[in-house]
Design a protein. Sequence first.
Length: 150
Amino acid sequence: MTAIFNPTGPAPAPVPTRPLPGPTPTPAVAGPVGPVLELPGTPAAALVPVTRAGRPVGAFVVAGGRVRYRRLADPDRLVAAAAGAFAVAALVATVGVVATARRRPPAIRTVTMGPGGWVSLRGAPLPPLRPDRRPWWARALRARRLVVDR
């Protein structure tokens, strides 16, 4: 332990002072309703702000013998709603782009009408051939089925 010496001699200890007892003002508790504000104008009107967690949420308007409550728009809720709407729009756009990219190309290209009223299928592949169920010797002889009309 280190001792500190005063070269001028011992210093007198300060006498603690106590505050005089008296009426102590109690701090006003900040409630949800603020002070009444008188509004200028010919019809007497008053405004009473309402707060929640230290933020203004609305006000009571007293005018003409009627009391009305006016709600304030919460900027946090507005920003959250705008962000949600943007997220939904971005999701829909992304799904649309992905669906368009994954879509198969059409089997045939443009179908147009020709000059005589016939249908033109430009770039269309030939349809698959029907399976030939004839025996091998009928295919070799190029024989066709004989159909008798009745």
